[in-house]
Design a protein around this ligand. Structure first.
Ligand code: NAD
Length: 302
């Protein structure tokens, strides 16, 4: 009999990840609040679309790939009495969303009361790596048994798994990584705007960053293809980027660590989000281009 895995959150990332689980031979029970999305995917992969939490009965793992920690907790625990009531002892929840590590620790306690273990396994790599099954995973968890149980499921969607330590450590690492990437994006866009106003050609600037010390993953993979080209189609939403940097900011605050650059990057992403709405994150460039010295910005720090 095939092992059953539940998958909740079938968006940009979740749909191809669930597809790879089915390809690996798991019987996949899928759920998304959008009924048409879950029904179409279930049909596509020969799986089952859940309608109630009881449809996850028999699953030995539940994967979540949802926008925020709050939504992860609510999808697992608030839906018609919650999913854990229908799981066998030893089942594991694998939260692959980019969640807040402090909320992950709280969720771990709540799930443990219901007899279910939690591991955090956020992903690095966008939709192309999700489709190829070659994501990099940051895996945290307190129970070795739960980690061992989760590993084959995770490996069906990934190429590299980094063990980061205790529960929440994967989520902390993910937020800190995205903060560093967002700082590079913000700085690079500011430099492109300043350079162009001084008379430099933006694509020439990108070529020089990439041959110089300003080079980063962002200058190599985002600037030319998505910003200078003005296609703004990385597939990663500005709201999710702002959320990730907000998580990194909360973490530094919880640790009493002054982190002025993290605060500044978080504020400018929140301002762009307030102005543009939830566009592709590369399109934040259009917000920074229209700013003028002395003009007031929102400077929200949600
Ligand atoms: P998305 O918005 O495309 O998909 C989220 C899905 O969750 C949607 O289909 C939505 O209908 C569903 N959903 C929302 N609330 C729900 C609920 N209560 N119950 C069931 N389904 C619900 O988001 P995404 O881009 O796939 O990102 C998912 C997670 O992965 C986020 O935490 C994000 O930060 C992270 N992430 C995204 C990328 C990327 O490139 N898009 C890369 C790495 C990590």
């Amino acid at each position: 009999m095939r092992e059953i895995v539940g998958f909740i959150g079938l968006g940009t990332m979740g749909a191809p990840m669930a597809r790879n689980l089915a390809k690996a031979g798991y019987e996949v029970v899928v759920y998304d609040v959008d009924a048409s999305v879950r029904e179409r995917l279930a049909e596509d992969i020969g799986g089952q679309a859940a309608v109630t939490p009881a449809d996850f009965a028999g699953a030995h793992a539940i994967v979540t790939m949802l926008p925020t920690s709050r939504i992860v907790a609510s999808a697992l625990l608030d839906w018609d009495g919650g999913i854990p009531a229908h799981l066998d002892a030893g089942a594991v929840v694998i939260d692959m969303s980019s969640s807040d590590p402090t909320e992950t620790v709280d969720l771990g306690e709540r799930l443990a009361e219901a007899g279910v273990a939690l591991v955090d396994a956020p992903v690095s790599g966008g939709v192309l790596k999700a489709e190829a099954g070659s994501l990099a995973i940051m895996l945290g968890g307190d129970s070795e048994e739960a980690l061992e149980r989760a590993l084959p499921v995770i490996e069906a969607m990934s190429e590299t798994v980094f063990r980061t330590g205790k529960l929440g450590s994967g989520h902390a690492m993910k937020a800190l990584n995205n903060y560093v990437a967002a700082a590079a994006t913000t700085a690079a866009c500011e430099a492109l705007i300043a350079g162009e106003r001084f008379g430099l050609d933006q694509q020439t600037m990108v070529d020089i960053f990439n041959a110089s010390t300003g080079q980063s993953w962002v200058t190599t993979n985002v600037l030319g293809q998505h910003v200078v080209s003005r296609t703004f189609n990385t597939g990663f939403a500005l709201g999710l980027y702002a959320k990730d940097v907000g998580i990194a900011r909360h973490l530094t605050e919880a640790l009493d660590q002054p982190a002025p650059v993290c605060h500044a990057v978080s504020a400018t992403l929140n301002d762009a989000l307030a102005d543009l709405g939830n566009v592709d994150h590369a399109a934040a460039m259009t917000y920074w281009e229209q700013l003028r010295a002395g003009a007031s910005a929102v400077h929200s720090e949600s």
